[in-house]
Design a protein around this ligand. Structure first.
Ligand code: S3P
Length: 169
């Protein structure tokens, strides 16, 4: 089974995914890291050279590559905007068991206040307003692809991971 984690930047996809993989004894992949490895460039470099559209193409190719040759069991942390590409949303919905890590805009802003450098979409003077706007745009997409929703406000990654494990059959 491929367990994927979706949700906004700062919701804890990578840290919770790594903790969940440890709990289950499964491999863990972070889609952003796979994109960087395939491209030989950092995410800010891809956005700077190719724009968001170019990044989304690279993201889709990386996701398709993972799902074409899946490990038997895998925990996969998606990017915050993966589900914006309809083909990616379809893949996530139909080929993975997706968990939406739901997090309030206030919590996201607090968690990300010193972590905006590697995030091209947060290069703005008003990060909390940008996060709130992105969340409003994306929330229904996350809900559509998700098999389960876990509220992560106030949860550390280990607790979130145990919560997800307990949801699984
Ligand atoms: C993005 C989220 C980032 C990364 C890219 C775009 C987004 O991943 O894929 O900067 O559109 O929300 P994280 O959610 O892991 O930060």
């Amino acid at each position: 089974m491929i367990l994927s984690l979706c949700g906004m930047m700062g919701c804890g996809k990578s840290s919770t995914g790594a903790a969940l993989a440890r709990l289950l004894g499964w491999p863990f992949l972070d889609l952003d890291a796979v994109i960087e490895e395939r491209e030989g460039r950092s995410i800010p470099e891809i956005f700077a050279a190719d724009g968001e559209a170019g990044f989304r193409r690279a993201e889709r190719a990386a996701l398709e590559g993972i799902l074409d040759a899946p490990e038997s069991d895998l925990v996969l942390a998606l990017g915050g905007g993966t589900v914006l590409t309809p083909a990616c949303a379809d893949l996530v919905r139909h080929r993975t068991c997706c968990i939406y890590l739901r997090t309030s805009a206030d919590t996201l802003a607090a968690r990300l206040q010193d972590q905006t450098d590697a995030r091209p979409l947060l290069q703005t003077p008003d990060v909390p307003a940008r996060l709130a706007a992105l969340l409003e745009d994306r929330e229904s997409l996350y809900e559509t692809v998700a098999a389960h929703i876990v509220d992560t406000d106030g949860l550390d990654p280990e607790t979130a991971a145990r919560t997800i494990r307990d949801l699984l059959p």
